[in-house]
Ligand binder design. Sequence first.
Ligand SMILES: *Cc1c(COP(=O)(O)O)cnc(C)c1O
Length: 339
Amino acid sequence: MTIDLRSDTVTKPSKGMLEAMMLAKVGDDVFKEDETVNELEIRLAKLFGKPQAMFFPSGTMANQTAIKLHTNPGDQVICDKYSHIFNYEGGGASFNSGVSCKLIDGNRGMFTAREVEEAINPPSFYHSPLTSLVEIENTTNKGGGACWDFNEILKIREVCDANNLGLHLDGARLWNALVVKNETPEQYGKVFDTISVCLSKGLGCPIGSVLLGDEELMQNAMRIRKVLGGGMRQVGFLAAAGLYALDHNIDKLHEDHEKAKGIEGVLKRQWYVNSVEPVETNIVIFSLKDEMPEKNFIEMLAKNNIEIISLGAGKVRIVTHSDYDSDMHNHFLTILESL
Ligand SMILES: *Cc1c(COP(=O)(O)O)cnc(C)c1O
């Protein structure tokens, strides 16, 4: 038995999900003729109260499309130094859109409206890049699954309105935040111009993300997705997994959160742990004492068929997910206590 805690992307489709996929009615989605994709898009658009939703092969492509929609080459995007668009999308913001990022030195991947205000380049000062977009990530990945304070998001919206800036949400794990904070997709739909959500993380789909936005923006999104090579054909087989996940898997996310909390509790008592970042959702980030180099720690776990990843600088990350069951959880906790 291997216990894979590297990411919530390692899940394989459940039996029920696979059955739903096999039964999907499909068509050519480039001609908008795949009824299952259409159903998923309409359902998510309704859920978020946005006019349109569009199915993407990956969250990266959905975010990259959003950046392109909101910017012109040479512009600048305000985001946190931990953000996925800056750290983990292969330099796509500059490759695809020709933009730079103004990084905010935030708190666990989150920042304040005040910090956004300070990061905006005055439009009249033509020596600086033109600021055109603010990007928020909820939950924060590199920030350890932290959830934003919705009131701060509202204040950031006001700053964006006052300065004519777009506001994009990287909601790869927004589902986790909604569950923990008891928030609704609609409330996010009202505030953001565009939102990307992943079906392939906590919701357990093999593939798939969705970008949401207003009609005019999304009209352009069709073209950009095509340019990026994301126009797909009989992709309803994958959209069916998404529909299944919306019906069955959102309600289960709290189990991942409870397990992550359990891991946090055990880690805090171990001699080799320096500190654990407060666990809110399904990500646990902690730092190790000097006496336990992260390489040794990861090797010791690997010997027990447990996989986790290093974030560098003595920090490691664990992500719980639907394929990590209670037996694995108990076994993992025992191992952590035995090191
Ligand atoms: C996983 C993730 C994405 C998208 O990643 P893909 O692997 O391209 O689907 C985007 N943002 C965050 C915060 C993520 O964790």
